[in-house]
Design a protein. Sequence first.
Length: 365
Amino acid sequence: MTNIQVVWRGPVKRSTGLGISSREYVSALRRQGVNVKVGGSPSKSTVKKRKVLIYHQLPSILNMERERKQFDRIILNTVWETTRIPRGWVSKINKFDAVCVPTTHNKTALSKSGVKIPIFKVPHGVHVDKYKPGNKKYHLPIAKGRFVFVSIFGFQHRKNPEALLRAYWEQFSAADKVLLVIKTNGYARHETGQWIRNRIANYRKRLGINKKTAPIVVITQFMSPNQLKGIYTLGNVFVLPTRGEGVGMPFLESLSSGVPVIATGWGGQMDYLNDGNSFLVKYKLKNPQSGMNSRHTIARKFRSLFSGKGQRWAEPILSSLKGKMSLAYRRPELCKKKGLKGRMDMKKYSWNRAGAALKQVAEMK
């Protein structure tokens, strides 16, 4: 065992990407022999150990003066999606002893925003023994004999569902043997599955698309872990024209499952996406407000987070997205080749690697 006790404060019970990563970091640290307590204050039985708080929440919430009385070292573990973090976060982050982020994209954003404390890259991982090519495909009869695009995301503007839908509708017709399967969810009680489907149907009408389009299956109900794994292996390719990702966990999980991805060529995912395992979509960096104010917007914006001065994120170029989707459809053997490369690449991204990196930061004095 190490000579530190870590108290971890983070959303370990949430089912979001942040919640999953929080649980995985805790487990990875424990496998490294670190004494980790989730929540609360340091244990009195560890008097001789150095007390380290790892805070996996928004930096604006922590009472630093109070925490300094019980911890020797206080570390922030965070993630961000645009070119700059919210201005109000900078002074709060600089009160920590160090900050850990999962990708180069995050490190650059924090540094350019004025963060002065040491910034360490502690990558996320993926369980290649759980997300694997042999996983049973999700049962969906309509998928038989079709080339399947799959996408998994929360129904919010940053994920860019409108570009995905528009590209699919415009590029393919009912004559093409294709299928788009979307697994998504809302963020409020009223954002039900029917609400999401209505938003999608109304958007199609606004675009004036009158032709018979290729089918789309929208799944909004809760899925078991095994069902979710089967969504990946159901696909020939995973597609998400995101505007910004801190990491992009579904990309990691898809590649680990042997399924290549069509993704925006900017963001945290560029630490592990490349032309060998992915189809990268061209983009332009723009102010998030420009897209939020567009007539094409159909999902929750979270405008307060992404309206800061100097913030930019990627706006994928629609023609490039359509071209990549068409290429994947026409070249299924290329998808298999990229998927095999992605599977091999992901074997380097273990959570044990993440735990070792985080332990090293926690043990610093």
